[in-house]
Write a protein that binds this ligand. Structure first.
Ligand code: URA
Length: 247
């Protein structure tokens, strides 16, 4: 059983430096289970999931050792923590997430929309991003020129990209409209969908990631710009076969 003092709990949850968290507590801004606690030395058990609910400035939070977040990324936002041309994705999440060092798991281009995972669990980020894990990612791409059987054939057979030692192939790919494909990739290379489409003689006009493994945006029900915490069962299905969209 792990017990932490209230100031440490708040600090671990991204509410600022210890000194600031102590001040918050001492000025009566923090309640635990509905009761104001003004002694930062008060300790609480934090092991069990959802074990501790605390309220700060009227907003209630559940203690989480790590956060795992799914976001439906809007266009014109950068995944970088130091964005240069567009607002950063962290700006649409609670400020504490930045303090907790929550970061995107891999990146989507600024103009790509769809499912993005974020976390402050380094082991999770590493495992999800590792090329050896072969986590399948499902994309829907709108193409400049009509989709042909040759295009699908090339993407499935593999196309050679400039800085890659060997051709890269889609795990699966099919047409879902005259100018639209659904494509599943396991490699996660830089601008991979756009570069593969270009190498196959077409051009990607719009791109959306609809699923990572068995976790799909449809099932999460997130509108563009919305996010939610992921719980253990949802994290587990990231290892499942890719969730394909109905056409
Ligand atoms: N492939 C791309 O080209 N861009 C993305 O954002 C993701 C995959």
């Amino acid at each position: 059983m792990r017990k932490l003092s209230l100031d440490r709990i708040l600090q671990s949850q991204g509410f600022g430096a210890r000194k600031w968290c102590r001040q918050l507590i001492e000025t009566g801004e923090v309640s635990v289970a509905g009761e104001v606690v003004d002694d930062w030395r008060a300790t609480y058990e934090v092991d069990a999931p959802a074990s501790l609910a605390f309220t700060i400035y009227g907003e209630t939070w559940i203690y989480r050792e790590y956060v795992y977040v799914a976001l439906n990324k809007p266009p014109d936002m950068e995944c970088s923590r130091k964005p240069s041309h567009h607002p950063g994705i962290l700006s649409i999440l609670p400020e504490q997430f930045t303090w907790r060092d929550v970061q995107p798991v891999g990146r989507l281009d600024h103009d790509t929309t769809g499912l993005l995972l974020l976390s402050d669990d380094g082991a999770f980020i590493h495992a999800q991003s590792s090329p050896r894990r072969h986590v399948p990612k499902v994309y829907r791409a709108t193409t400049q020129d009509a989709v042909t059987p040759e295009l699908i054939g090339s993407l499935m057979a593999g196309v050679q990209l400039h800085d890659e030692p060997a051709p890269l192939a889609a795990t699966w790919c099919h047409a879902v409209g005259e100018n639209e494909i659904q494509i599943v990739l396991e490699q996660g290379k830089y601008h991979q969908v756009k570069r593969m489409l270009a190498a196959a003689g077409n051009h990607c006009k719009a791109l959306r990631r609809s699923a990572i493994g068995g976790l799909s945006l449809d099932e999460l029900g997130l509108e563009v710009g919305e996010w939610c915490y992921l719980e253990a069962e949802q994290i587990a299905i990231l290892g499942n076969a890719p969730a394909l969209e109905a056409q």
